[in-house]
Structures are given as structure tokens and as C-alpha cells.
Design a protein around this ligand. Structure first.
Ligand code: E4P
Length: 217
């Protein structure tokens, strides 16, 4: 399972990269704004800064909602760095743009996916990644993990190569459940990734080992 970090915060990206388990980064306009990154030029520079920290894929989202605008913005994003994956919204023009980019060999992440039907369209349009937002479904009392199960079944039925990128992951159990259900990738906050480390028996066991070592030395 690939681990992406879902942030535009360079310090957090560096911390996850230093751990040695990071496979990529996802961002969105809200995450950019949260870090105070505004204005087209600053946003583009920030994407390059992120690419220079990590080895893997970096999703960069278009703002346009029409086909021509998405193509214009997506091409500019793809030209920034070979690690950039163009992130497109799951609307009709987004699907058209996905087909356009994949035919040109430019990789796409279809975002804001909330149903199996949307995920099927993303695969048919050749998306590299499809991003079902599990946390936002949970927020409205709908089982986000069930969507991962449905997409996995559909993609396996037909051998679609689009990777299921579980997004809107909020905590460690989301990561573990997505791994059990066969999501190819998860993107979540640093806190959820670091949370996987925690176990009181590890801490107690380590303290005991160190105490016993000291007795004999
Ligand atoms: C990732 O691609 C999404 O932008 C992100 O996971 C959304 O997460 P949120 O629902 O916590 O904002």
C-alpha cells in the first residue's frame, strides 16, 4: 500500500519523507490556503518545492471547471515537474479532460469521488488514481469504507489499472481498514501516519529492555 501525505505543509512533508515510508503527496486548494500559499505563481512554486522534497507523485489540482480551462491549467502543472499528477474534479468536463490528458501520457488523479459510478467513469477515462473521500462520507453518516469495497470489486472485475487512492483519511483505523480492503494508496495527515506507530506495550517493553540492560552494565 502506498502512503501519501495530504498536506501542503513543507515541514510535515519533510518529517514524513524522513521516516522513509512516504510515496507521495496530495494537495488541494484548501490545503494550500491553510498554509497561506496564495496567488498563481506562489502556488506553482510551492508545488515545485514539494516535488523537490519527495521522490513520488505529487497531486496538483486545477481550479478551472471547464474543459479548456482544465486543459490549460493541467498542462502548465504537468510541465512544472515530472512528479506532478494533474488533479481534476469529478464533473463531466473533468472526465473529458482526464481522457485528454491520459491520451497524451499525462497522469491524472480524479478527485471529489463519492460513488462507485463516478469511480467507474474515472477508470474508463484512464485515470491513474481515483480519490474516494471516505472521511467526508463518514461525516454525513454514510459508510466511506463501503465505497472502497465497491470500487475494489468493480476494478477487479474488469482489470482496471486505475489505483484506488483512499482520500479524506482522518485517523489510523481508516488506514488499517483501507489496507484490509485493498486500497492501493491512502492519503492522510501526518498525525494518522505517525499514529500507526503507537502501542503502549512497545513503550513498556522498550523501557524494560533498557532497564534490564542497565542492570548488567
Ligand atoms: C485528497 O486528495 C483530498 O483533497 C483530501 O484527502 C480531503 O480531505 P478532507 O476531507 O479531510 O478535507
Amino acid at each position: 500500500m502506498k502512503f501519501f501525505i495530504d498536506t501542503a505543509n513543507l515541514e510535515q512533508i519533510k518529517e514524513a519523507q524522513a521516516l522513509g515510508v512516504l510515496d507521495g503527496v496530495t494537495t488541494n486548494p484548501s490545503l494550500m490556503a491553510k498554509e497561506g500559499i496564495t496567488g498563481k505563481d506562489n502556488i506553482l512554486k510551492h508545488y515545485v518545492a514539494i516535488c523537490n522534497i519527495v521522490d513520488g507523485d505529487v497531486s496538483a489540482e486545477v481550479i478551472a471547471t471547464d474543459f479548456e480551462g482544465m486543459v490549460r491549467e493541467g498542462e502548465a502543472l504537468a510541465d512544472l515537474h515530472p512528479q506532478i499528477v494533474v488533479k481534476l474534479p469529478m464533473i463531466a468536463d473533468g472526465i473529458k479532460a482526464c481522457k485528454y490528458f491520459t491520451d497524451k501520457g499525462i497522469r491524472v488523479n480524479m478527485t471529489l469521488v463519492f460513488s462507485a459510478g463516478q469511480a467507474l467513469l474515472a477508470a474508463k477515462a484512464g485515470a491513474t488514481y481515483v480519490s474516494p473521500f471516505i472521511g467526508r462520507l463518514d461525516d454525513i453518516s454514510t459508510d466511506g469504507l463501503n465505497l472502497i469495497t465497491e470500487i475494489r470489486l468493480i476494478y477487479d472485475n474488469y482489470g482496471y489499472e486505475t489505483e484506488i487512492l483512499a482520500a479524506s483519511v482522518r485517523h489510523t483505523m481508516h488506514i488499517i481498514d483501507c489496507a484490509k480492503l485493498g486500497a492501493d494508496v491512502m492519503t492522510g495527515p501526518l498525525s494518522a501516519i505517525m499514529g500507526l506507530l503507537k502501542h503502549p506495550l512497545t513503550d513498556i517493553g522498550l523501557a524494560q529492555f533498557l532497564a534490564d540492560y542497565k542492570k548488567g552494565n
